[in-house]
Design a protein around this ligand. Sequence first.
Ligand SMILES: [Zn+2]
Ligand SMILES: [Zn+2]
Length: 242
Amino acid sequence: MSQASNDIRDPRAQVKQWLASGDLRSLLVHAASLHGHYCPGLAFGVKAAHAALRRLGFENTGMEELVTVVECNNCFADGVQMATGCSFGNNALIYKDLGKTAATVLSRRSQSAVRVCLRPHRWEGDRATELEREANRLFTKVVKQRDPDPEAQRRLGEVFRRLSFATLEKEEDELFDIREAPAHFPEYAPIYDSAICAVCGEEFMETRGLVRNGRVVCHTCAQADCFGVLGGGVRVLPGGNW
Ligand SMILES: [Zn+2]
Ligand SMILES: [Zn+2]
């Protein structure tokens, strides 16, 4: 069977092959197609996921046989999602709003789990490389201060790309604290019936229905508060807005 037809039958065949052979560069390129750019955070995510899966097995059909808990919602999380196959959409990605560059992968098959946490990383001072210090300066200018200088943006992209591939070459234990974790699984994602909003006519998950003037309506039409994940983490969105 050709590689192409094998990929159609098993959509993760290529990713699994990269994981099994330790081809982290191909995984990083693949992750960047989702993430949109190369950066050290993305590379940390790919490498952390590989470290966990090497201990737990690479098999994952996105049916919650593997569940990954991420403790941040930044670049790291996209590397983790792509490499583990546990995603926001397949309910196998759980977001804990802790602001730590860490991920725990749980395997139902082996009833075991591994947590990988990035060790404190210095981007300035004596312990940082010249490239890391340049990345830090450019990051402050381009991302924190939103300076639209095109040359600084181009250079940041280049520096981040070089740093991200260099990250893949580092020793796992140098970058991460890796240890067994309790294999404590959440329940499988529940399947709920749908309801139709009496106001807008849109379909929604039944458990999200609200009763207004004796009719079942959606959160949007009720202008009700809901939770949302913004850049800063989980927030209550008053009336559904920020
Ligand atoms: Zn990034
Ligand atoms: Zn509605």
